[in-house]
Design a protein around this ligand. Sequence first.
Ligand code: PLP
Length: 239
Amino acid sequence: MIDIPAGIQQVQTRIKQAANEAERAASAITLVAVSKTKPVEAIVAAYDAGQRHFGENRAEELEQKAEALKHLPGIQWHFIGHLQTRQSKAIADYAHYFHAVDRLKIAERLSHQLAERERTLPVYVEVNISGEVSKGGFNCANWEQDSDQRDEFLNAVKSMMALPQLSMSGLMTMAPFNAPEDEIRSIFRRLRELSEWLNRQLSELDAHELSMGMTGDFEIAVEEGASCVRVGTAIFGER
Ligand SMILES: *Cc1c(COP(=O)(O)O)cnc(C)c1O
C-alpha cells in the first residue's frame, strides 16, 4: 500500500523548494491531488492528511465520488479533463473549478446550466502551446508570431467573459511528456506570457491564475509561475 500522506508531504516540500528557488510564496500555489481512477478510500486518506483539492477527468467518476464524499466539509472538486457536451450537467452540479474550457460552445452550455442552479464556476481556458495534435485546447502554438491565432483566441475569451455564470480564473496547459527540460520550461513560460498579454488586452479581465505542472514537471511549472499544479502519480501511485 502506498503511503498517501507521505506522498502529499513530499510533493508539498518539493513545491516549497521550487517556490523558494523562484523567490515565490509557496502559499500562492494550490496543490490539486489528481485522484482519477483511484478509489474513494484513497481520497479520504488524503483528506485526513489535510488535502482539500482533488482533480478528476471523467464526469461520471466525478459525480460518483462527489456524491460518496459529500459529507466531507470543504472538499473541492476540480474537473481537469475534456468535457463532452452531453456530460456537462455533472460539472454544473459538482465541480468547484473547471480547468479545461476548450471551446466556446461548452462554455455557453455550462453557463446556461449553472444559471438554472444559481451557481458560478471559476474556469481556466485550456490552451495548446506545444502544438502537439494529441493535446486539447485553443491553438496558441504560434501566438507570438500569428496575429490571426491571437485574435481568434482573444475573441473566444471575450465571448466567454460575457457569460454570466463563468468566472475566468486564468489559463491551463499541458507540456509534452518526456520532453527535455528546456522545452517544457519554454511551454510554461509561453503560457505565462500569453496570460500577461491577454490581461493587458482586456482591461476588464482579471485572470492571472496558471494551471500547469503534473508529476513529471510540476517543479518547473512552479518556477515559471504556476498558481495551481495538478499532481496524481506522485501522491496516489501509478494508475
Ligand atoms: C492525469 C492528469 C494529471 C496528473 O498526472 P500525473 O502525471 O499523474 O501527475 C494532471 N493534469 C491532467 C489534465 C491530467 O489528465
